[in-house]
Design a protein around this ligand. Structure first.
Ligand SMILES: NC(=O)c1ccc[n+]([C@@H]2O[C@H](COP(=O)([O-])OP(=O)(O)OC[C@H]3O[C@@H](n4cnc5c(N)ncnc54)[C@H](O)[C@@H]3O)[C@@H](O)[C@H]2O)c1
Ligand SMILES: O=C(O)C[C@H](O)C(=O)O
Length: 326
């Protein structure tokens, strides 16, 4: 058996965490040979609810759950931690755009970035789920100057998974038939789900669908899926978001499937002309516990326009929180 690793989850008494924590403790995220110590962060008024979640985790008798810490102190929650899933933030309600959450949630991520900088393992892998995820990841990253910026990522895997299903259903194939799809940019309504390089059961995806379905149905459906879930459920997606967080971390830690891509919001190195330093979603492959941006993808004018529009939104979000960026 391996030595336990420490996994911090914030917003641990919330909706997403209620699906997430049990799967982390079961080994779904880091493998069935990897014991974990869960370090759970909540705000003080939610500590009692968190205690209930911790009791339920105990009652699962997970063999891989090697310990648990429940706290309202970020300095305790991030102590020596190897993985951090920053979920805790206010979710949007019906009619709200992610931008509305910017100021409400930004302060949380500067505090947590500092705590990560001061207390976490130097090899920490951070996934930001709380919205607006890309800009929150940027705030956390900039407040952690001693940690490599590549170690801060934002969750785009839910968008990626949504796009996989829409394309598989439209073409009458299975999810595992779809390869090399990517969602570029921001986790917001400007995101660009791109199937120009995708294949479905070995066939070029664009040859199986028509441009009008792609532009007027597929893209808006994927972009607006979060809002559609909120409308239908009366609450933001939780189980599918938790599932995507597991997928993202598992790919990063254990590697992505050979010959396929995953979408990750990562620190831009200027690839594809995207401004350096933004947390932007690119096609990525993961191996040896690291990610890299897939290079050499040829984008047509339609794609370039969409990629730039979502980049522009990220610039505006960044400028709106400039006072929180050291
Ligand atoms: N990136 C994505 O694809 C994606 C998908 C779904 C939801 N989300 C976002 O994830 C976030 C959480 O969603 P949810 O449904 O679990 O919400 P929720 O309200 O059920 O849970 C959020 C929890 O965070 C806690 N919290 C608030 N401030 C905190 C702080 N400073 N430190 C620690 N905990 C804190 C709250 O007490 C609450 O328990 C929201 O921002 C939501 O919009 C992102
Ligand atoms: O859209 C939201 O506000 C929730 C989440 O980001 C989602 O995509 O489901």
């Amino acid at each position: 058996m391996k030595a336990p690793v420490r996994v911090t989850v914030t917003g641990a008494a919330g909706q997403i965490s209620y699906s997430l924590l049990f799967r982390i403790a079961s080994g779904a995220m880091l493998g069935e040979d990897q014991p974990v110590i869960l370090q759970l962060l909540e705000i003080t008024p939610a500590l009692e609810a968190l205690k209930g979640v911790a009791m339920e985790l105990d009652d699962c008798a997970f063999p891989l759950l090697a310990g648990m810490v429940c706290t309202d102190d970020p300095n305790v929650a991030f102590k020596d931690t190897d993985y951090a899933l920053l979920v805790g933030a206010r979710p949007r309600g019906p009619g709200m755009e992610r931008k509305d959450l910017l100021s409400a949630n930004a302060a949380i991520f500067s505090v947590q970035g500092k705590a990560i900088n001061d207390h976490a393992s130097r090899d920490i892998k951070v996934l930001v789920v709380g919205n607006p995820a890309n800009t929150n990841a940027l705030i956390a990253q900039r407040n952690a100057p001693d940690i490599n910026p590549r170690q801060f990522t934002a969750m785009m895997r839910l968008d990626h998974n949504r796009a996989l299903t829409q394309l598989a259903q439209k073409t009458g194939k299975t999810i595992s038939d779809v390869k090399n799809l990517v969602v570029w940019g921001n986790h917001s309504a400007t995101q660009y789900p791109d199937v120009h390089h995708a294949t479905v059961a070995g066939e070029d995806a664009m040859s199986l669908i028509d441009q009008s379905w792609y532009e007027n149905d597929f893209i808006p459906t994927v972009q607006q899926r979060g809002a559609a879930i909120i409308k239908a459920r009366g609450a933001s997606s939780a189980a599918s978001a938790a599932n995507a967080a597991i997928d993202h971390m598992r790919s990063w830690a254990l590697g992505s499937a050979e010959g396929d891509w995953v979408s990750m919001g990562v620190y831009s190195d200027g690839s594809y002309g995207i401004e350096k330093g933004l947390i932007y979603s690119f096609p990525c492959v993961c191996k040896n516990g690291d990610w890299e941006i897939v290079q050499g993808v040829e984008n047509n004018e339609f794609s370039k326009g969409r990629m730039q529009a979502t980049e522009q939104e990220l610039r505006e979000e960044r400028d709106a929180v400039a006072d929180l960026l050291p």
